[in-house]
Design a binder for this molecule. Sequence first.
Ligand code: BG6
Length: 488
Amino acid sequence: MSFKNDFLWGGATAANQYEGGFQSGGRGLSTMDAVTGGGHGIPRTITYRTKEGKIGTSPVDSTMSGTVPEGAVGYIDPDVYYPSHVATDFYNNYKEDIALFAEMGFKCFRMSINWSRICPNGMYEVNEEGLSFYDDVFNELLKYDIQPVITLNHFDMPMYLADHYSGWSSREVIDYFVYFCELVFKRYKNKVKYWMTFNEINVLTSWTQIGIHDNSPQTVYQALHHIFVASAKVVLLGHKINPENQIGMMVACTPSYPMTCDPNDVLEALQFNRNREFFMDIQVKGYYPEYKLAALRSLGVKIEMDDRDLDLIRKGTVDYIGLSYYMSTVSSTDPNAERTEGNQFLAYKNPYLETSDWGWTVDPVGLRISLVQIYDRYHLPIFIVENGFGAADHVEADGSIHDDYRIKYLQEHIQAMKDAVDIDGVNLIGYTPWGCIDIVSAGTGEMKKRYGFIYVERFDDGTGDFSRKKKKSFDWYSKVIATNGEKL
Ligand code: BG6
């Protein structure tokens, strides 16, 4: 059998795309609350108010990169539809949803805690109602023996910290975040064992994700340095509070191939891939690698550090590597190479691969290659915490949904995981396909781009009754779990 008996089969979501309840239970505002829906090819926008009181918007492109001008604050326009406000309403449906996850046989469920539900303005005020909401959710999961897998920060932050501190560009935010993590580590000590600090840490460049007001390399790397220190502190604290805690890092794994064997293309791909490895080098090995220090010097970036920072980074390394994998990309030095769309990264077209309707390549072998390379380099357990196929599903007259394309994508990727385990000896501990129930797309803000085994009646114009339906993939995935991945 390829996968261990305790292999963590499950599904993954994030608060800003699934939870909703944005004004319920004492929750504070979060940056994503000011991000509008977009559409395929139509960028999402951040709505903001300037110091002078003018209302403005700025685009968030499909790489999630978007900022608001210095001094401006997030603004919620009462006449605009913001997908995160209700999302697919886990807040009011969590019992029904968790029962469906249990029916599929989930061993774990990945979700994020919304920081502003616990600390409404991100600082030291604590919202008991928020804490007890997650107590209820975790109790419900544990009732079915489903382990919660918690992302402490998934692409959002309390709006107050973005507005008043420029988010992670301020060092103070480290302490606020550590305070929030300490609260949840202590509160959920007997309920949660698997944690991740920052989702897709290698793509954090925007106001919505990290509250920064410009995305110059200086600002981004200074903010990232604070995030590395915070993550290291949180790992150390989490281990102290409960030595059983398993705390991982999480990286967006979009590997790049050289377009040709021209050494220049090979070098280009190497540099692209290093931009990802940098984050694993820091959080797994515990130091700034030489190639990044050289790159920062040539960019003229000077990171301000406290004396203890590097020591903390050295000590606060993670227990496992969490990764998302959707697609691969191609690096080319040819200015005329054809481009396609991509997950957080703009990519060149790979003539050997098919793409989804959103232009994302389908490359299961790329997953196996990545698992091998990452395991060879770091020798830490790997947890695939996101993988999936975004598609527009069609509901038949009888209510059935035949998502064979999704089944095919997942079959091929699970086969690649098996090969990585059986043939390459990779230590893989779990698999949580993305958006196991339909949620809002991060890149486009759409509901039309669906990933789930469970369909949610919710549409891009804000209509829909939120009812849930099983898709064909629901039964298929249940069998996969029941046979521990033997029957694909
Ligand atoms: C990952 C993110 O980049 O990709 C998720 O961690 C996101 O938040 C997922 O939803 C899929 O991307 P999209 O744009 O199709 O929702």
